[in-house]
Design a protein around this ligand. Sequence first.
Ligand SMILES: Nc1ncnc2c1ncn2[C@@H]1O[C@H](COP(=O)(O)OP(=O)(O)OP(=O)(O)O)[C@@H](O)[C@H]1O
Length: 625
Amino acid sequence: MTDSPHPPTYSKRRRTPSPPPPDPYALDGDDDDKPLYVPVKQRRTQLVSRLAAKGGGATAAAEKRRHDEEEDARLQQQRDDDDRARRKREAQTLLIEAQEVKRRKAIEDAAKTEQQKREEEEAHILLAQEAARKQLAGAEELAKGIVYTERMRSTWKPPHYILSKPQEEHDAVRDKFHILVSGDDIPPPIPNFRDMKLPRPLLDYLKKKKIEAPTPIQLQGLPVVFSGRDMIGIAFTGSGKTLAFSVPLLMFSLEEEKRMPFVQGEGPVGIIMCPSRELARQTYEGLQEMAKLMEQGGYPQVRSLLCIGGINMSEQSQVLSQGFHMVVATPGRLQDMLEKRKFSLNSCKYLCMDEADRMIDMGFEEDVRNIMSFFKHQRQTLLFSATMPKRIQDFAQSALVQPIVVNVGRAGAASLNIIQEVEYVKQEAKMVYLLECLQKTAPPTIIFSDNKNEVDDIQEYLLLKGVEAVAIHGSKTQEEREYAIKSFKTGKKDVMVASGVASKGLDFSEIQHVINFSMPKEIEDYVHQIGRTGRSGKTGIATTFVNMQTAEQTLLDLKYLLMEAKQKVPPFLLSIEDPNLGADGKPVGCTNCGGLGHTIRNCPKLEENQRRTMAGFGRGGEGGY
Ligand SMILES: Nc1ncnc2c1ncn2[C@@H]1O[C@H](COP(=O)(O)OP(=O)(O)OP(=O)(O)O)[C@@H](O)[C@H]1O
């Protein structure tokens, strides 16, 4: 160390400790320099002691009071702000938030150039055309280029006095019953069963069932089908479509049997295809009942075969060994039986697809096409449904010869016999509210849910609450499904909880109330589901729960459907604006599925089909096979 008058200056830089590595979990803006948080109480004590140190106890007390008041006012202000924010949050319902999202999307859409919009539109149209190009025709007929041009004929003729009426009178009958027809040489409508030349036992059967006059689809549809013509039949749920294709098959079968009795290996005369096992069984049972009455009335015996998955076909070995006239089937099992050569379609002249659009939408398209390839000659082809979008009609064109379209109401419209109620129920409140909702009417009630697990959960909850409920969905065994249907149909159980299986065409007597626990994504499913009530001229109620989980375009589809059926539209649905209104202020609607609340650009069905195609999905999984 040197003796220096000046303190040493250090030219050498002092070694500072290196900074600690950054805290990977530190939040942005974390800063060690910020003062540490000191609780209010502690801050007050510090202040009092600082003031006391400055002197003057009285001044200190006054200062403390003032500070306390300031602090209280600040806390009150904070509470008020929090309260206001909370109220604002509550007022801004989830629906409004969704509308905000939609508004932002509309702004984004508006920013798209005309060119971009056109390209999007074209892509969607191409997709729809691609689907339409896939025709409903057998591979062999397509390969050989076989095209049938002559329509089928039958021996049935309308009574002479009806045939001799002027065309205007027929048109007046159609107008009266709101029947729209298209096609050439359309047979006249016949407003009573007797004039349709039904045999006495059948007339008695109808009378016994309190079926006195034909419904619109029957009074025009039956003459068309009896005449041997191909037909697309569209009419509301519960309006008696089944009879319009079952009775002619029975009559044709009787005619064939009378001409020459069927022996082993012969038949069938005709096939009715259904999208679900339950619906097939119901139609089969109806045919059986009518055939039995005819036999008792002195007509020859005609036999039918039920051809559905989940049942043991050997139980019907007697029918198989005798030859049979009518087959009611689901597509998968029918295809299987044909491939195994259990029977052939060499003499089959009649093919009816009930709920045809549902069958295609459920992924049975390929099965149906394969079945078509087993036909060796022309047959009469019929398609029936309450919802038959143009896309399905186009798809079926190649299988139809000079078809007649009989349309009662808009394809896809809901039955006017149903009071439709839509309620906003938060997801977590649904289960509890369900119990209250069940009180709306006396049983029987059907509750629909899209989700199989949810179906089970709802049933379990209802059982716990003492409600007699059964459940049915595609993952249940055939026995469980049959038990559920039987005990519900016979009135042993009050409530049936179901996935889509039970919505397709099942006819339970006098369902009072349908509850859609969740709104189906596709509006056609909604129409079929609520259609389990309000059947055969009776009135029923349908309640549908919607909430933020319901897609906005589904809500729009629903809004227009309610408006069309002149139902009460709840304010939250009314407040949803349609971004796709036409120049006339009316909804443009979707050319692909017929929904009114969206266009083809955002058609959920098209998206679902695309998803299926990409995933290589086949049939739809509710156990149709
Ligand atoms: N002419 C009629 N008069 C009164 N009731 C009828 C008549 N025809 C059929 N019904 C009855 O109406 C009910 C519904 O008939 P059906 O099941 O054929 O309807 P649907 O139009 O096929 O309905 P969905 O589209 O739901 O399959 C049945 O119970 C049937 O017995």
